[in-house]
Design a protein around this ligand. Structure first.
Ligand SMILES: Cc1ncc(COP(=O)(O)O)c(C=O)c1O
Length: 402
């Protein structure tokens, strides 16, 4: 077989469809965030980031950075092993306790990433719960889909956040058969928020477990940052909540919280937990500082939402096609892969604005978009300049593509 040819043909296919992804290497500097340096064919210059998942800029917060510095100096760089073989420190235990407390649960469990937390738990539960069947929202994240698929358990996909469809599907399966409803609180590409309370109520009615991914909500929603379930007064209803320490908390790592027995079960049997090196101590220290800070401080959340409201209002006034969603994520719908890429490229080249195109397979073909996110470090002046630049670029590129 001509291996090179095989790989190159696949890559060429992506390029032909405008779906090939180019990295942009950022030179970051805490004091300058959300600005960063880049160097490309247009030279070396400072750009502004409009696509960060460090939604509260906690990755730049002095409390977090200091905690990481102190832990690295004290403990060293790496954990030195898997959790069961020398890799567990008091810092891991403290962070697991902190996330369990945050969500009002008995236990928490850390993973290398949120992706691995989701994949490990769903695969394990689907494999081991006898005759288990999943009910999965049609817009679920790849990590959830992958966990469900690799478990080989039966799966039914329900229409996105559609309670009637979910209920019909749940009702079609015998009450005593083990069931898991898998959904997210905030869908990261559309920015819409699920009816968490209602889904949990339906699941309870049909004796199903619930697995709620709050990855894009933790840190940002609820009085203590526990997410949409907290905001909606149902913090302890989902059976398992999955979170990340890499987005709203600004560091890295994933976690699950739930009852003692379910978390201990995943700890004891989950390959993605057992057979991998534990998170570095400095990462757990930074994440703990971030979780603790956001349990009490409302400053970052308030600032973020003031800016989000302003940006959404400005974009609406200018007639940009937005989805009618209400979270901190603002997708501007371009609906065409090549145009989306061109707008993004011109924004970067001419206006030093970084917002990569969101194309297939992250979103379906025909729904390509710019996914705009803010942080408390953005300013009202930056937002005004951004909207002017987007309008100019959009008009020019749309005219060129006719
Ligand atoms: C809904 C959802 N769940 C899970 C993850 C994975 O989280 P992490 O980035 O910590 O691996 C993501 C990441 O983008 C996500 O969007």
């Amino acid at each position: 077989m001509d291996y090179r040819n095989f790989f190159n043909e696949a890559l060429d296919g992506l390029k032909r469809k405008n779906n090939y992804r180019h990295f942009i290497d950022l030179g970051r500097q805490t004091a300058r965030f959300p600005h960063a340096m880049i160097e490309d064919e247009h030279g070396r210059r400072e750009v502004t980031i409009w696509c960060s998942n460090d939604y509260l800029a906690m990755g730049q917060h002095p409390v977090v950075i200091e905690a990481m510095r102190e832990a690295a100096a004290h403990d060293g760089a790496g954990a030195g092993g898997s959790r069961n073989v020398g890799g567990t420190s008091q810092r891991h235990a403290a962070l697991e306790q902190a996330v369990a407390d945050l969500h009002g649960r008995e236990a928490g469990l850390l993973f290398a990433t949120g992706y691995i937390a989701n994949e490990t738990a769903l695969r394990l539960l689907g494999d081991r719960l006898p005759d288990c069947i999943f009910f999965s929202d049609e817009l679920n994240h790849a990590s959830l889909i992958h966990g469900i698929r690799t478990s080989k358990a039966e799966k039914q996909v329900f229409k996105h956040s559609d309670l009637t469809d979910l209920e019909n599907q749940l009702a079609s399966v015998p009450l005593e058969r083990p069931k898991i409803v898998v959904f997210e609180s905030i869908y990261s590409m559309d920015g819409d928020i699920a009816p968490v309370r209602e889904i949990c109520e339906l699941a309870a009615k049909y004796h199903a477990l619930t697995f709620l991914d709050e990855v894009h909500a933790v840190g940002i929603y609820g009085m203590t940052g526990a997410g949409i379930a907290e905001r909606d007064g149902v913090k302890t209803r989902p059976t398992i909540i999955a979170g990340t320490l890499g987005k709203g908390y600004g560091v890295a790592g994933g976690y699950l919280v739930g009852s003692i027995e379910i978390i201990d079960y995943i700890r004891s049997f989950g390959p993605g937990f057992i057979f991998t090196t534990a998170l570095p101590p400095a990462v757990t220290a930074g994440a703990l500082a971030s979780v603790n800070h956001l349990k009490h401080s409302q400053t970052e959340r308030i600032k973020l939402f003031v800016l989000v409201d302003k940006l959404r209002r400005c974009l609406q006034e200018q007639g940009f096609p937005l989805l009618p969603t209400k979270s901190h994520i603002i997708p501007v719908m371009v609906n065409e892969a090549a145009l989306c890429r061109q707008i993004s490229q011109e924004l970067l080249a001419k206006h030093n604005i970084l917002t990569p195109p969101i194309n297939f397979p992250t979103v379906p073909v025909g729904t390509e978009r710019l996914r705009i996110t803010l942080t408390p470090r953005h300013t009202e002046a930056m937002i005004e300049a951004f909207v002017t630049a987007l309008r100019e670029t959009w008009q020019r590129q749309s005219a060129l593509s006719l």
